[in-house]
Design a protein around this ligand. Structure first.
Ligand SMILES: O=C(CO)[C@H](O)COP(=O)(O)O
Length: 151
């Protein structure tokens, strides 16, 4: 699994912790950090979120972990990229269902809303989940893709 990570300056500290966790995870083949590198970089969250989602849409990464203050702006931004599904998931069950029900490639966190240890636990679990393309949920996700392709 190849994972892209990105954050604005509100989320950079948590992003760096999650990046390091993922780099130490033997289930993860590659972790690409699109920035920001530190809190002095004040690029707005959509620039980072869109860049990460575009990397997934181009097939350069399988999944993304995005962090801003709330996680909301990153999710909205990533969802604008055709083919990419993203959500905030600050609890274990939502993170699991974001993969198993929704085939989301992107999970987002709000560094001002969740503690780092909870976020790390959720990410470690999230890496282990897989979407089943033969599941009943796949038919539902297909409606989203069909809409996207038709507009
Ligand atoms: O949380 C954010 C966007 O959802 C971002 O980190 C801060 O955005 P702002 O409240 O507009 O500064």
């Amino acid at each position: 699994m190849r994972i892209v990570v990105a954050a604005d300056n509100a989320g950079v500290e948590l992003k760096n912790q999650l990046r390091d966790l993922l780099r130490a995870d033997e289930r993860v083949a590659e972790v690409t950090d699109l920035g920001v590198p530190d809190a002095a970089d004040d690029r707005a969250y959509p620039l980072l979120g869109l860049a990460a989602a575009e990397a997934i849409a181009r097939g350069e990464a399988d999944r993304g972990v995005l962090v801003c203050g709330t996680g909301i702006g990153m999710a909205i931004s990533a969802n604008k990229v055709p083919g990419v599904r993203a959500t905030v998931a600050h609890d274990s069950y939502s993170a699991e269902r974001s993969i198993k029900s929704n085939d989301c490639q992107v999970i987002t966190f709000g560094a001002r809303a969740i503690g780092p240890e909870v976020a790390k636990k959720i990410v470690a679990e999230w890496v282990g989940y897989r979407f089943d393309p033969a599941s009943a949920s796949a038919t539902k996700v297909a409606h989203i893709t069909e809409y996207e392709n038709a507009h």
